[in-house]
Design a protein around this ligand. Structure first.
Ligand code: URA
Length: 195
């Protein structure tokens, strides 16, 4: 089946079946968007106010900064796929609770399974800790992680600081940009390993 159609079916299913408590307070669900044939998936934390309003991930201030960084490495949004671990906005943008993350987990795993990217990029500690609960973002950012997970075809993960955390922190902003610039090299490294 065509991947876009598979994603459409996945979203239809989870829009009905997701038991996330955040459904009660959010305006709408914010499923992932982008290229179903993408080599890279970016995973953020949860929708914010602008995303909740428009139903599209990373369209607010953090999204604008993400666009700037994509431009640094000549990547277009149309070439990648972006999603969040939690598909509904937490009230006042508080951190998602463990039970909210687990309610949306199968939805996220479904997206990863269909797209089957070469590399999964975590935007922030929440996304990273969803897969690597023992790692600290301060030590793990900008380093390629290799691990096999059941049901996920890629074994390559690259954690970054969250663009929202770096928005108003000059030094973190620079670190994030430098880490971002490593992405093309990371993709080459992955291609070499597969040969
Ligand atoms: N922050 C996130 O983690 N996700 C979004 O979609 C927007 C901001």
């Amino acid at each position: 089946m065509d991947k876009s159609l598979e994603l459409e079916n996945l979203n239809k299913k989870w829009l009905e079946e997701c038991q996330c408590e955040l459904k009660k307070t959010a305006t709408q669900a914010v499923p992932g968007v982008g290229n179903p044939d993408a080599d890279i998936i970016f995973i953020g934390e949860a929708p914010g106010r602008s995303e909740d309003k428009l139903g599209i991930p990373f369209v607010g201030a953090a999204g604008k900064f993400l666009d700037e960084m994509l431009e640094l490495i000549n990547l277009k949004r149309s070439e990648i796929y972006i999603t969040n671990i939690v598909k509904y906005r937490p009230p006042n943008n508080r951190d998602p609770l463990p039970e909210e993350k687990s309610s949306c987990r199968e939805w996220l795993l479904g997206e990863l399974k269909i797209i089957s990217p070469k590399l999964i990029i975590f935007l922030g500690r929440h996304a990273m800790n969803n897969f690597f609960p023992d790692l600290q973002i301060s030590g793990a950012h900008g380093k390629l992680l290799i691990k096999k997970f059941k049901g996920i075809s890629t074994s390559y993960f690259f954690p970054l600081y969250h663009p929202a955390a770096a928005l108003y922190d000059g030094s973190m902003r620079e670190i994030l940009k430098e880490d971002f610039k490593k992405i093309p090299k990371v993709l080459k490294e992955i291609a070499k390993r597969k040969v």
